[in-house]
Design a protein around this ligand. Structure first.
Ligand SMILES: Cc1cc2nc3c(=O)[nH]c(=O)nc-3n(C[C@H](O)[C@H](O)[C@H](O)COP(=O)(O)O)c2cc1C
Length: 158
């Protein structure tokens, strides 16, 4: 089975999980990049948070792969204002969202469920999901076990 891990990450947490998953599943990996960078200072909450809250599709750089060629897409996003990052909205608008069967979300400790619920409405074939915590959050100690379980299920074709 040909797998593609697609993710957006501003500060590296989602990237780290994406790389672990892609490595374990021998999957190709695609990092979405926005044309206009969100600043990494406190303004990120204003700009990024507003965009996410309103479901904005951020302009993204060309992705350079054809998602149609894959059997399964595993999607990863940080939770922003309880929703996916704006680059994810763009990817889903432009591409075959019915290939997304698994989702991993990274949050500052809350709101994963809201983000998953939001995406479930857009992704008809979404099955496996895993909610992970930012590396600075105490819940991050559970990430390793949760991620292992998620990847086992993916390998076993669930
Ligand atoms: C604009 C913005 C909005 C955020 N909103 C939430 C939120 O609603 N709930 C939450 O638990 N964490 C929130 N966070 C924290 C991130 O989800 C968390 O730090 C995540 O691990 C970041 O992933 P990244 O390092 O891949 O960018 C927010 C962070 C940013 C930058």
């Amino acid at each position: 089975m040909k797998n593609l891990v697609v993710y957006f990450s501003l500060e590296g947490n989602t990237r780290q999980a994406a790389e672990i998953i892609a490595d374990r599943l021998h999957a190709d990996i695609l990092q979405l990049e926005t044309v206009y960078k969100i600043p990494k200072n406190k303004m990120k909450y204003v700009i990024g948070g507003m965009q996410a809250a309103f479901g904005v599709c951020a302009k993204i750089k060309p992705i350079g792969v054809n998602p149609e060629q894959y059997d399964r897409i595993i999607l990863g996003t940080p939770v922003w204002a309880g929703k996916p990052a704006p680059a994810i909205n763009t990817f889903l608008k432009n591409n075959v969202s019915n290939k997304v069967t698994a989702l991993f979300t990274l949050s500052g400790g809350g709101d994963n469920e809201r983000c998953v619920r939001y995406l479930k409405k857009k992704l008809d074939n979404l099955g496996m999901t895993v909610a992970l915590a930012d590396r600075n959050h105490p819940y991050a100690s559970e990430n390793h076990e949760k991620l292992n379980h998620f990847m086992e299920e993916l390998i076993n074709g669930k």
